[in-house]
Design a protein around this ligand. Structure first.
Ligand code: ADP
Ligand code: MG
Length: 276
């Protein structure tokens, strides 16, 4: 372990609360979350549907203002900042990947990736950077394709290139593999891992998939808008936390795939033990 001073967390949240009005009542979507993310961490946020994952990520990404609590990005307190200052912080530090890709249908891949540069006037090499990023995500030959001409996996890779174009310190990804087949999903994960390892990008990934979470270094579980577990890979309870994830994922509809998998296992066992 280093004996130097602790690094400034890239994200420091204290007692974050987000209350939504829902008809005559209110929902505490995020109900008092404190969380510190160190630079270079690669962490997963898990939890059942409705547990507050998206709300938390939107708060951490300054897309949403908390009802109360405090948030600092890279040592700068952002709660209470003006809209334009929040936009500037997002633009300088944060890359966001949404579950539904959020690409602009009328723009091609390159134009979509360049979109965040509109707010970064001092980027003369923006276009070249965008092309390089599309090459990095394996879409070098598709830069002129519109979203409708790309597969789901390809669209998500465009969204990742877009999240990277401003050179963010943090990538916040909300179920980025949720709509992808497992091969595409592992390729995407491998790419995030590589960005993390080679470029030191901090990654926070919301996922239902214990396989995805198991590839990270830390898992934060949410339950009813609160942190119910926060475990690092080298700590006891790591496997348990992922195991609980399997149960959570089942509740969100992954059960059939697991059943098919179990059935396949049975079939193979039977074949192996069948008399010749
Ligand atoms: P998750 O991403 O874990 O599924 P969300 O953060 O989307 O959870 O939602 C947490 C809770 O807040 C849910 O009960 C959801 O219905 C509620 N919620 C989320 N967004 C809104 C909103 N814009 N208005 C009202 N309620 C919301
Ligand atoms: Mg969500």
């Amino acid at each position: 372990m280093s004996t130097g001073p602790m690094p400034t967390p890239i994200i420091a949240a204290r007692d974050l609360v987000k209350v939504y009005a829902r008809g005559p009542t209110t929902v505490r979507a995020v109900d008092g979350i404190s969380l510190a993310v160190e630079p270079g961490e690669f962490l997963a946020v898990m939890g059942r549907s409705g547990s507050g994952k998206t709300t938390l990520l939107d708060l951490l990404g300054c897309l949403l203002r908390p009802t109360s609590g405090e948030l600092a990005i890279d040592g700068q307190v952002v709660t209470g900042a003006s809209d334009s200052r929040l936009a500037a912080i997002r633009q300088a530090k944060i890359g966001f990947v949404f579950q539904e890709f959020n690409l602009i249908a009328s723009l091609n891949a390159l134009e979509n990736v360049m979109l965040p540069l509109r707010y970064a006037p001092r980027r003369p090499n923006g276009r070249a950077d965008a092309v390089a990023l599309l090459e990095l995500v394996g879409l070098g030959t598709r830069i002129m394709h519109r979203p409708s001409e790309l597969s789901g996996g390809e669209q998500q890779r465009v969204a990742i290139a877009r999240a990277l174009v401003n050179g963010p310190s943090v990538i916040l990804a909300d179920e980025p593999t949720g709509e992808l087949d497992s091969a595409t999903s592992s390729a995407l994960l491998a790419m995030l891992r590589r960005l993390n390892a080679e470029r030191g990008v901090t990654v926070v990934i919301v996922t239902h998939d214990p396989g995805v979470a198991g590839a990270t270094d830390r898992v934060v579980r949410l339950s009813d808008g609160r942190v119910s577990r926060d475990v690092r890979r080298d700590e006891p309870g790591w496997r348990d936390t992922l195991g609980a994830g399997v149960l959570g994922a089942q509740a969100d509809g992954v059960r059939p795939a697991r059943r098919v998998w179990a059935r396949l296992g049975e079939l193979l066992d039977r074949r192996r033990t069948a008399p010749r």
